[in-house]
Write a protein that binds this ligand. Structure first.
Ligand SMILES: [Zn+2]
Length: 216
């Protein structure tokens, strides 16, 4: 199966994608995680990517496409999270999938109210070292700014800071909404409302994908 998971930053795509990958064996391709790994490794792409991400801007299409193209024909199936975010990326993905004869089975759109998103994102924090995620309201580290898991510093990522969050929302609206319309024209978009507990969202997501399988 090839699934595309879409939704604004903070909709919980990463959490749900990891769960879905675990339960189905599909390969989870997160462009965000892949880029952050490049940043952490200090590669040329990583340094370039960081300069965009710190401002809340998107990394240029050509870099992302090159990173994804070599992974689309994974026999386990792929679950794309955070890609495609632009029409150019969507077209490049179609081209890459056409080459290997594997179309997208389903695009799942996770929607969440804008105010709730800004609130969720501005409370998000992460351990600088072991990457354990925290929420400063609902899942704060027991000692302020210190990771429960490894004792390193817990930080709010630059791209989760309020100004960058606002910019990400704006960029999302401008660039990604057209991608949804692109897929809607094919009729393979499933809409789910991603509010509620992670369990209930996962249930909706599983249902959305099972529908595809039964529809052939
Ligand atoms: Zn840690």
């Amino acid at each position: 199966m090839r699934i595309v998971l879409m939704g604004p930053p903070g909709a919980g795509k990463g959490t749900q994608a990891r769960r879905l990958a675990e339960s189905t064996g599909m390969k989870h391709l997160s462009t965000g995680d892949m880029l952050r790994a490049e940043v952490a490794a200090g590669t040329e792409l990583g340094l370039l990517a960081k300069s965009f991400m710190d401002k809340g801007d998107y990394v240029p299409d050509s870099h992302i496409i090159a990173m994804i193209e070599q992974l689309v024909d994974d026999p386990a199936g792929i679950l794309l999270d955070g890609f495609p975010r632009t029409i150019v990326q969507a077209e490049a993905l179609d081209e890459a999938l056409e080459k290997v004869g594997l179309p997208i089975d389903k695009v799942v759109h996770m929607s969440v109210d804008t105010d709730e998103l800004v609130l969720r994102l501005s409370n998000r924090a992460i351990c600088k070292k072991c990457q354990t995620p925290y929420n400063l309201i609902s899942n704060a580290p027991s000692k302020d700014g210190v990771c429960d898991n490894c004792g390193s510093e817990v930080i709010v990522r630059d791209d989760d800071k309020p100004e960058a969050v606002k910019n990400r929302m704006k960029v999302y609206e401008e660039l990604t909404a057209p991608v949804l319309n692109y897929y809607r024209q094919r009729g393979n978009v499933a809409e789910i409302v991603a509010t509620g507990t992670p369990d209930s969202v996962f249930e909706k997501l599983s249902q959305a994908i099972e529908l595809t399988q039964s529809a052939g």
